[in-house]
Design a binder for this molecule. Structure first.
Ligand SMILES: [Zn+2]
Length: 234
């Protein structure tokens, strides 16, 4: 068993049994990992290495701002929009709903309107992407996305944050830009690239903090969820 799992286990045991564990729904950043086709390739290499005579281990990171699990700031699509370092921390710390999407093509108005969605909600969509897309290093073009109409529906509802389990909330081509614009113009913050395999539909506490990169259109983000109902994590 890797060291991290046994230390996680110890941490969980120390949290009084009944308290569910925090689940890390972040995709690890790795050298050569899958990325949006037109974005920079991900290179993570040791620039100083103890094994090669270095005095310490130090790595160099070369990656796009929308790599792995990351957040989009309004500035991603809106000229003079807010940058990620301007995001109020309350945006990504608090209650979040995970909604499981059954549709195998897209998240549409018909399906999401069957769920209770309120103003200021933080909603993370768990689709088949979680199971299908993260086990391969190939970019998956036909991932499940939020339609333009569903983006308008959620913007009307005044939600505060949306998350999805692949590299873009919008369609690969087609309506992708419009979905982004509708959400970002409305000031809805977006988390992309979640791995929601380990969580099921329900209510959670969320802690997510993107890197504070000045004037950034996006940044990698660590995202943790903890179920508010025992037994929802498996
Ligand atoms: Zn992005």
């Amino acid at each position: 068993m890797p060291a991290s799992s046994s230390s996680e286990k110890r941490a969980n045991q120390s949290t009084l049994g009944a308290v569910p564990a925090w689940v890390d729904v972040t995709v690890p950043l790795k050298d050569g990992m899958v990325h949006w086709p037109s974005n920079p390739a991900v290179e993570i290499k040791r620039s100083s290495d103890l094994d090669c005579g270095g005095r310490s281990n130090v790595s160099s990171l070369h990656l796009g701002s929308h790599t792995g699990t990351h957040m989009d700031a309004p500035l991603h699509f809106i000229k003079n929009g807010a940058s990620l370092d301007q995001m109020p921390p309350e945006t990504t710390i608090g209650l979040a709903k995970v909604i499981e999407i059954k549709d195998s093509k897209a998240i549409d108005v018909e399906e999401i309107s069957r769920h209770e969605i309120n103003e200021a909600d933080r909603i993370l969509f768990k689709t088949r992407n979680s199971l299908r897309c993260w086990d391969t290093n190939e970019f998956v073009k036909d991932y499940i996305y939020l339609t333009r109409d569903a983006a308008s529906f959620l913007a009307e509802k005044n939600v505060q944050l949306l998350g999805i389990d692949y590299l873009s909330i919008g369609e690969y081509q087609g309506q992708g830009h419009q979905t982004h614009r509708i959400l970002l113009e409305k000031g809805i913050w977006v988390i992309e690239g979640l791995d929601l395999r380990q969580v099921s539909e329900g209510n959670y506490e969320m802690i997510a903090l993107p890197l504070k990169i000045a004037d950034s259109d996006g940044a990698p983000c660590r995202v943790l969820l903890r179920s508010l109902t025992s037994g929802e994590i498996h």
